[in-house]
Design a protein around this ligand. Sequence first.
Ligand code: TYD
Ligand code: MG
Length: 461
Amino acid sequence: MARSRTTYRCRECGRQTPHQLGRCPACGEFNTMETFVAAPPTRAGRPQTNIEAAQASRLADIPAADEERLPIPIGELSRVLGGGLVPGSVTLLGGEPGIGKSTLLTQLAGALSATLGRVLYVSGEESLRQLSMRARRLGLGLNGSQDPLYLLAETQLERILATVDELDPTLLIIDSIQTAHSDAVNSAPGMIGQIRECAGQLQGRAKAGALSVLLVGHVTKEGSIAGPRVLEHIVDTVLYLEGDPFQTFRLLRSVKNRFGATSEVGVFEMSATGLVEVANPSEAFLQERAANAPGSAIAVLMEGTRPLLVELQALTSRSAFSHPRRTPNGLDLNRLLMLCAVLQVRANLPLQEQDVFVNVVGGLRIREPAADLATALALASSIHDQPLPSDMVCIGELGLSGELRSVGQLDARLAEAAQVGFRRAIVPRRRRGGNPPPAGLSLVEVRDLRGAIAAFAASSS
Ligand code: TYD
Ligand code: MG
C-alpha cells in the first residue's frame, strides 16, 4: 500500500525538499523549512473507475460577453484596474508598511458604498476605533450619511465569511491577508499554509457569487509580497502601491491583471485628507524645479503606457577618499557606476576624483535605461557648473561605447514634453522616415555621448 511521505516545505516560497534543510535552496531564506505530509501517491497508469468525464465546451458555443465592471469613482485606481472592479474577482494590493494601503482602500470603500451598495472592510491589524477614526479623517460617515460601509475588526476567516453571508456585501476588503487565519489549517497566521487556505477560500466565495474581494498583502524587505508567491497565482489582479514614505507621491502599479493591461500606473499624492489623484503627474514632479541650476536634467520616462517627466539632479564634489563615492537615490547603483565609467572614458569627464550623488526628484524609482542620457548630462552639467537649457528634455539609452541608443515609444514621450511646455529635446539619431516632432518642439538628434555634450554646451552658451 502506498504510504504518505514526510517532506519539507519552505513557508516563504513553497519549495519542497526530501530533507530538512537550514536554508531554502529556492529562495535562500533561513529556517523556513517546515514539515509537510504529502498525500499518498496514486499509482499511475491504473484504470480509474466511477469517474465521469467533465464536459468541455466549444469556444463558439460560449457567449462572448465583456467583463461587467463596477465603476470606481477614483479615476487613477480605476485605470490601473483596467476600467473598474470585476465582480467575482480577487485583487491583491501590496506595499510597504505605512505607504497608504489602508488609506487607499478606506477611500475606495467609502466611495463604493456611496454608489454601489454594501461594502465590508475587515481589519486584522487595527481596532474598530482606529478604523473609524481613519474613515472619519478621510471624510466618510460625516453628515449622518447612511452609506452602507461596514467595519469589522476580525482575523478568523470562518467568522469573516459568516459575516459576509449575513451582510451580503458587493465588496469585501481584507486588511491584511497575513493576519487572517482559518480553523481548517493548523498553522500560525502568516504561514504559507494559512495564507494559501484563506486566499483559496476567499477566492471560492468570490467566484461563487458576485462578490469582489480586495486583499492587502505585506511586502518583505526584498520587495515581494510576504510569504507566498503562491498568493500571486491565486488572485486575479496584483497591484503594488509604492513610493518613498518621506515623499508625498505614491505610484499604484499593476503587475498582473487577468482583466486588463499590466504595467498601468496611477499617481497619487498623500495629503492630510488621504490620497489625492494627481491628474497631471509630469507637472507635479517638476513643480519645485529651480530654473538654471547646474546639475539638473529632465528625463521622460514611460510608466506603463504613460509618459512621465522627472527631474534628475546630480552633484559632483572633490572626493576626500581614494575611492570616490557614487551615491544614487532612486536609481540603480550599477547603472550609475556604468554611466560614470562611460562619461569618464568616452567623454573625458574627470569623474575619477569626484564624489557623485544623483537624485531622482519626487521619490520615484527609475527602472528604464531611457533616463541614461538625462543622468549623464546632469553629471556633465554639474562638473562644468553650467546649467542645461531649462526648456530641454533628454531622452536616450547609453551604450558602453558611448553610443546613444533609441528608446521605445519616443513619439509619446515627445508629445508629453511638448504638452508640458518644453521646446527642445536631445534624442538619439532617428532612422529616416520617423514621425515629425510635435508642434513647438525641436529635436536635437545626436549619435553619441560626445555629440550630446557638445549639443548641450552649444545650446546653453
Ligand atoms: P496607512 O494607510 O495606514 O498605511 P499602510 O496601510 O500601507 O500601512 O497610512 C500610512 C501613513 O499615511 C500614515 O503614516 C499616516 C499617513 N496618512 C496621511 O498622511 N493622511 C491621511 O489622511 C491618512 C489616513 C494617513
Ligand atoms: Mg494598514
